[in-house]
Structure formats: structure tokens, C-alpha cells
Design a protein around this ligand. Structure first.
Ligand code: AMP
Length: 317
């Protein structure tokens, strides 16, 4: 079958128009949100989305709302043409690619570029939590927070991250109006936060969690892996290896989380990684547990050089 050419849409009103037209024809729409620089992990989400809807929209947008000014927004990798080629290679293809330029551009500065407005904008940072969106003074001031779930794990060292994710996903849901949206379990906390947000705010959207795709040596695929040197990449394998070891140990009866975490931390640190966190948490509430008595997920974030990697493994005993 010839590869399908997705329609490329950059304007949010055009995107909504396209979706409404398709829905008026009785078609169901699956959304796969991404930040681009696509790899097999992203493509696996598209394959999963094909199991749940007739048409597939992939969004490609590096969301400044989830990056703090000191993070890697400016160096986040991108390759739009490569991404489109990859999307064409997925069986069943993709129907539309939504790649807006700036979803926080409300022409605010053109309309209200007075000294007062600038000062008000700066004052709006009052809460102390600042992302690249506040830095731009775009006039955006509405944020979606999933208050408890966003606090632990990645939320500890990235205080603006999940607020930005929940907000951009809400915006994408309002623009694309999908029936289903697929998220990777690679970003386990993100998936759980979006599930909770959809339940709490009554979005009529089914949220599907899709399994982690790994390279053949076990490294979880990530757009950020491109920044790892070959040596760092080799050392970074300690994350997936220690997660697998922890799972085997748990299955063989080691239920004490302290022991399991210490083993993983030691292995990753000895390999040259710097641990951000290593936590064993309940799968839905993401509450830390001391002993494994029900299904949990072991989540790790660690730095290798300048690259922060995350990975996790579900332990269902
Ligand atoms: P990103 O482009 O990093 O924002 O990721 C977009 C989506 O792809 C998110 O739902 C991620 O969880 C998912 N994803 C990223 N890497 C993987 C992977 N290795 N396996 C499965 N899903 C992934």
C-alpha cells in the first residue's frame, strides 16, 4: 500500500475545523501528542492509536510551558522532515500532523505593550514558579494543575513541568477534540496525571497508556538519547538493567523497597550516573511504598553528563 501523506496543519483554528469535519462524517480521532524528533517509541504509540480510532492526529510541539528557563528548551532536538518520513512509514499512516508555531501567542504584546502591562506580567510570576512561557510575557496565565500527583518523582526537581504538561494537553484536547489520546508509559507519572486530569475535569476522551519501547540493549528510547556520548550511553544502560534486576528480585521474594532501591542506586552511581530519584510507588496514586504488597512501579531519573534520563518498570506481584 502506498504511504499515506498526512495533511500538515499549523493553525489551531484549521486543526479544529479539520477535526470537526471528520467527526461530522462519523470518524473517530486518536491523538498522539509529541515534541517531535520521533523515534520508534513515538511510532509505537501511533500503532496503538490505530487500535482505538479510525483517524490519527500526531501533534509535534515543543511546549515552552513545561520547561523552566534553566532547562534544555533551546537545545531540544528537532527534525521536522525526518519526522514526516517516519510518520509515513507507520502501517496505516497518520492522517494529520498538527505542528503549531506557538500555542501561547495571543498577540498580547502587540495589543498591550505598555509599561504597566509588562510590569503586571512580571508581577504575575509572584507564585515563584516560572516557565519559559512566563519569561516571554505572552499574557498566558491559566494553568491546569493535578495538585497531588504532580508533586513527587519528576515534579520535585521540575516544579513547572507537570503544570505545563497538563495545560498543553488540555489545549491540544480543546483544539483537536479527539476521542482517544495515547501516552507512553515511559513517562509514567505524566500518563497517570493526564488520566487523573481527564477523570477530574470530565473530558470525554479515552486515555490509553502504551508500553515502553527500548533499544535492543534495553535503553528506553528517548529523543534526549541523541545528546549522550557513546560512553554515556553505555553507562546509562545501568538504569534499565537495575530496574530489571529489581523486578526479578521482587519476584523472587524481596519485597523491601529500601533494599531494592539501594541496589539500583549503587549500580547507577557506580556506573557514573547521578541519581535524581529512585522511588517505588503505587501504580495509580504514585504514593511511595515501603513494602511491595500490591502492583507498584519502580521509577528512576538519573543524569549522565548533561542528559537527564527517566525510566521505570511495573512490578505486578
Ligand atoms: P515526547 O516527544 O518525549 O514528549 O513523547 C511523546 C510521547 O511519546 C509521550 O507520551 C511519551 O511517553 C511517549 N514516548 C517517548 N518515549 C517512549 C518510549 N521509549 N516508549 C513508549 N513511549 C514513549
Amino acid at each position: 500500500m502506498a504511504a499515506k501523506n498526512p495533511v500538515i496543519i499549523t493553525d489551531k483554528d484549521e486543526m479544529r475545523k479539520w477535526s470537526r469535519k471528520m467527526r461530522s462524517q462519523g470518524k473517530t480521532i486518536g491523538l498522539v501528542p509529541t515534541m517531535g524528533y520521533l523515534h520508534q517509541g513515538h511510532l509505537s504509540l501511533i500503532r496503538e492509536a490505530h487500535n482505538h480510532s479510525q483517524l490519527i492526529v500526531v501533534s509535534i510541539y515543543v511546549n515552552p510551558g513545561q520547561f523552566s528557563p534553566s532547562e534544555d528548551l533551546s537545545t531540544y532536538p528537532s527534525d521536522f522532515h525526518g519526522d514526516i518520513l517516519k510518520l509515513k512509514s507507520v502501517p496505516g499512516g497518520v492522517d494529520a500532523v498538527f505542528c503549531p508555531k506557538n500555542l501561547y501567542d495571543y498577540n498580547y504584546n502587540e495589543r498591550q505593550n505598555t509599561k504597566n502591562e509588562k510590569e503586571n506580567c512580571a508581577a504575575g510570576h509572584g507564585a515563584g514558579v516560572v516557565s519559559c512561557v512566563e519569561e516571554e510575557c505572552s499574557g498566558h496565565e491559566t494553568w491546569v494543575r493535578v495538585e497531588r500527583l504532580e508533586k513527587g518523582l519528576c515534579g520535585k526537581s521540575r516544579p513547572v513541568f507537570f503544570r505545563g504538561v497538563a495545560t498543553i494537553v488540555t489545549k491540544l484536547f480543546n483544539i483537536v477534540e479527539p476521542d482517544v489520546a495515547v501516552f507512553g508509559k515511559k513517562d509514567y507519572q505524566q500518563w497517570r496525571i493526564i488520566q487523573r486530569m481527564v477523570r477530574d475535569l470530565d473530558f470525554a476522551i479515552e486515555i490509553v497508556g502504551s508500553e515502553i519501547m527500548r533499544d535492543s540493549d534495553g535503553l528506553a528510547l528517548s529523543s534526549r538519547n541523541v545528546h549522550l556520548s557513546p560512553e554515556e550511553r553505555e553507562k546509562a544502560l545501568s538504569i534499565s538493567r537495575s530496574l530489571l534486576e529489581a523486578k526479578s528480585a521482587a519476584e523472587e521474594g524481596e519485597v523491601k523497597c529500601r533494599e531494592l532501591k539501594d541496589l539500583a542506586v549503587t549500580k547507577i552511581t557506580q556506573a557514573g550516573g547521578r541519581i535524581d530519584y529512585a522511588e517505588i510507588v503505587e501504580q495509580e496514586s504514585l504514593e511511595a511504598v515501603e513494602e511491595i504488597k500490591s502492583p507498584v512501579v519502580f521509577c528512576i531519573a538519573a543524569w549522565f553528563g548533561k542528559v537527564r534520563l527517566i525510566d521505570n518498570i511495573e512490578i505486578n506481584i
